[in-house]
Design a protein around this ligand. Structure first.
Ligand code: CP
Ligand code: NVA
Length: 307
């Protein structure tokens, strides 16, 4: 595949590029963890960060990472530019491209990030849309590499809503071979086209099921996310009822088996999609996973900026 300007979907990249970016993440992570502060590849560069939704990890990891490597990041919250409302997306894209070297955006409609990338003349990074969350999955794969050894050949079982996180898992499953299972309630399956695309790629074993207990058997990773994503919070009470039986609790982790790690993109609602005990258990790797957002994204930005 040709070199791409933007980071919008994992499946836009081939396996060797993804692994190359993750190698770089490991390298720069070691450098930063050693206390080294003289590696400043982003010196003189600026990044615009557009947030139409709340965030802790994405905002802080991008801003901190870009600044530790010498750059300056500008936070634009939901009330600042109001992309598509106060100003058309194509105008936002062209104006910000004239000030900044790179743009990162978290938006509702996936089409907004596509439009932003289409009109921007600088790289655009997807910091989560209603459809997917590619930076999260890069951090997740980095975390799996560190704890399990590699993603290839592992069994990752996601339990919960077939949402944006699941779509990113499906998209990476069309590039890197592993066994991905999504266990969700009926009617909350991931996007059909995305499932078909991943299955047709013929790279990974993909299963969509409504039986979490059967699904988690032999898992290397059990993964959970909120039942009501940003933008769906008014459905939370209804979803809590429908998702009964899909909580990742100690019993489910026991069925998964002793080698299973627990992962969650966070924020987690303890007592809802996951118990407090599972989040706090020794095999929970949610905090190394959160830390890796920064290291994975640093490497993504280094790749896109060609430095
Ligand atoms: N995982 C994640 O994207 O967290 P934030 O919503 O806090 O950025
Ligand atoms: N599925 C969640 C992920 C949060 C990082 C959401 O979209 O709100």
């Amino acid at each position: 595949k040709a070199e791409l300007k933007d980071f919008l979907h994992i499946s836009d990249f081939d396996k060797s590029t993804i692994l190359k970016i993750l190698d770089r993440a490991v390298e720069v992570k070691a450098l930063l963890k050693s206390g080294e502060r003289t590696y400043l590849p982003f010196k003189g560069k600026t990044m615009a960060m557009i947030f139409a939704k709340p965030s802790m990890r994405t905002r802080v990891s991008f801003e901190t990472g870009f600044s530790l490597l010498g750059g300056h990041a500008i936070y634009l919250g939901p009330n600042d530019i109001q992309m598509g409302k106060r100003e058309e997306t194509r105008d936002v894209a062209r104006v910000l491209s004239r000030y900044n070297d790179i743009i990162m955006a978290r938006v509702f409609a996936h089409q907004d990030i596509l439009d932003l990338a289409k009109y921007a003349t600088v790289p655009v990074i997807n910091g989560l849309t209603d459809y997917n969350h590619p930076c999260q999955i890069m951090a997740d794969v980095l975390t799996i590499i560190e704890h399990v050894g590699q993603l290839e050949g592992t069994k990752v079982v996601y339990v919960g809503d077939g949402n944006n996180i699941v779509h990113s898992w499906l998209l990476i499953a069309s590039v890197i071979p592993f066994h991905f299972v999504c266990a969700c309630p009926k009617g909350f399956e991931p996007d059909k086209k995305t499932v078909e695309k991943a299955q047709q790629a013929g790279i990974s074993k993909i299963e969509i099921t409504n039986d979490p207990k059967e699904a988690v058997k032999g898992a290397d990773v059990v993964y959970s996310d909120v039942w009501a994503s940003m933008g769906q919070k008014e459905e939370a009470a209804y979803r809590h009822q429908v998702f009964q039986g899909f909580q990742v609790d100690e019993n489910l982790m026991k069925i998964a088996g002793p080698k299973a790690y627990f992962m969650h993109c966070l924020p987690a609602e303890r007592g809802v999609e996951v118990t407090d005990g599972v989040v706090e258990a020794p095999n929970s790797i949610v905090f190394p996973q959160a830390e890796n957002r920064m290291h994975a994204q640093n490497a993504i930005m280094l790749h896109l900026l060609g430095v």
